[in-house]
Design a protein around this ligand. Sequence first.
Ligand SMILES: [Zn+2]
Length: 256
Amino acid sequence: MKLTDSHCHLDFDRFDPDRDRVIQNAAAKGVQRIVIPGTESHRWPKLHALASLYPGIFYAVGVHPWFLHDEPADWRQQLAERLGQRPAKLVAVGEIGLDAAVDLPMTQQQDFFQAQLRLAADHALPVILHARQTHEPILKQLRRFRPPGGVIHSFSGSLQQAEAYIELGFKLGVSGVITYERAAKTRQVMAQVPLEALVLETDAPDMPLCGCQGQRNEPVRVTDILATLAILRGESEDSIGAATEANVGRLFALPA
Ligand SMILES: [Zn+2]
């Protein structure tokens, strides 16, 4: 079965010692495509380089709300230039969003978020969204700027919030959160929403699965997330794997 990790920070330094092995190990288990979201402008060239090196790697460019304080004054211009060049494997704008749990002013987060939503809409690219206690303000901006779809990465909101995103044409990222029994609400939501709304992700190196706490997460774990999702939904791994694969392919317009 072919699978895609729709959200993996493969560019992070924690993969520097053995990135080749991590990619090969994932591919050997069927995880043949990986989408790397952008976090900071100075890292964007590395994403492009990785995508040029490995056929199964795609990437997004964007400024993550945790890192916006380190951005140079011309970050927006740099982003617009990259989007304008539209390299073949640049498939989205992200990881962008709003985080109410981080100590950065919401007005500044909104400035970055809105500027990037506008660029995504202008360049007709989907967005990869980071939301923490911010689903309502994010939904409000999505309705305003109308980027052509996207994904709420590692979704853990309510069923009502899930339905609001789905109605706008957005996908929900299913992460290792569902492997924890205590994540009852998220497990229930992922079992209830239409399969057409789901894509799989690890958020590696972060978000280790249940039983792997304290370890570095890896893209190969998509297979375990799929196995858990199949149990929660009472459907076969084959059918969920095929459906989520079709979803992510359409979302990011990945080559077949
Ligand atoms: Zn992320």
